[in-house]
Design a protein. Structure first.
Length: 254
C-alpha cells in the first residue's frame, strides 16, 4: 500500500484524475485491487495510459525526426538511437538514410564535398566532426568580436562619416541644375573616359582568405543563413550551384 501511495504522489493531470474517484470516494470493503497491490497498479496504469502501439509511434517519430537549428549533433544522435532501438525490422541501410535526411543542410553540404560514408557509425562520426568545427568556428568569431570591439566601431563611424559628407553638400547639385536651367547645357561626363576595370570585378578580399578559400566568418555566415558555399546565393547548395560545373571550384568554396 505504501509503494502504491508513493507512486500516486508523482501523478498529475488526467492520470491522477483517473485514480482520484477510487481514492476519495472509496467504499469500505470495496477497495480496487490495485489499492494494495503494486503489480495491479502498474497494470492499471499501463493499460490506460501507455502508447497503444509503441512500435508504430517510434516509427512515426523516427520519420519526422530532424536536427533543430542551433542544437548540437550529439542530442540528435541520442534521440535517433533511442527511437531506432524501438523499431523492429529496420536494417542499417534504412537507418543510414533516415539519419542523413534528418541532418541540416549545412552539414549535408560538407558531407557532399567529402563523400558520404557507407556505414551508419561512420556517418555519425563524420557529422560529429563537422558539427564540432562549426561550433569551434562560431566561438572563435565570438572571441574576436570581444577582443576587437574598436575595429567594428571604427568601421561604423567611417561609414556614417561618408554618408554625412554626401548630405552636407547638396548645394553643389542645386547650383549646377540652376545654371543648366538658364540656357547652359549641363556638362556630362565624357563617354570616351574609360571606366575602371576594377568596377566589373567583385572585391573578394573580405570573402576569401590568402589560401583562396572562404574566411571563417564568411563560411559561418553562409552556413547559418543557408546560402550556397560557392556563389553565396540562397535556394541551393554548393553541389547544385548553377554557376560552377567544376568540382575543383566547388572544393575551393568549402
Amino acid at each position: 500500500m505504501q509503494k502504491v501511495s508513493f507512486a500516486l504522489s508523482f501523478l498529475k493531470g488526467i492520470t491522477l484524475a483517473w485514480f482520484e474517484p477510487d481514492l476519495l470516494d472509496a467504499i469500505p470493503g470495496a477497495d480496487p485491487t490495485w489499492a494494495d497491490n503494486y503489480s495491479e497498479f502498474v497494470i492499471e496504469l499501463t493499460t490506460n495510459f501507455s502508447p497503444h502501439d509503441p512500435v508504430s509511434d517510434a516509427k512515426h517519430q523516427l520519420d519526422n525526426l530532424s536536427m533543430k537549428d542551433g542544437s548540437q549533433i550529439n542530442k540528435y544522435i541520442v534521440e535517433f538511437n533511442c527511437l531506432a532501438t524501438q523499431v523492429c525490422g529496420y536494417r542499417e541501410g534504412a537507418l543510414h538514410h533516415m539519419f542523413y535526411n534528418g541532418l541540416p543542410d549545412c552539414i549535408k553540404d560538407e558531407i557532399a564535398c567529402i563523400g558520404k560514408p557507407p556505414r551508419l557509425v561512420d556517418l555519425h562520426t563524420m557529422a560529429q566532426g563537422i558539427d564540432a568545427c562549426y561550433w569551434e568556428c562560431k566561438s572563435e568569431i565570438a572571441h574576436q568580436a570581444k577582443t576587437n570591439p574598436q575595429s567594428s566601431s571604427s568601421s561604423k563611424q567611417s561609414s556614417s562619416g561618408g554618408s554625412s559628407s554626401k548630405q552636407s553638400n547638396p548645394s553643389s547639385g542645386t547650383s549646377s541644375s540652376s545654371s543648366a536651367g538658364k540656357g547652359k547645357s549641363p556638362q556630362c561626363p565624357s563617354s570616351s573616359t574609360p571606366k575602371s576595370s576594377d568596377s566589373s570585378v567583385p572585391d573578394l578580399s573580405e570573402v576569401l582568405g590568402k589560401d583562396g578559400k572562404l574566411t571563417a566568418a564568411e563560411h559561418l555566415h553562409r552556413i547559418k543563413n543557408a546560402l550556397c558555399l560557392f556563389c553565396g546565393l540562397p535556394g541551393h547548395s554548393a553541389k547544385d550551384c548553377p554557376r560552377s560545373m567544376s568540382r575543383a571550384a566547388k572544393a575551393c568554396a568549402t
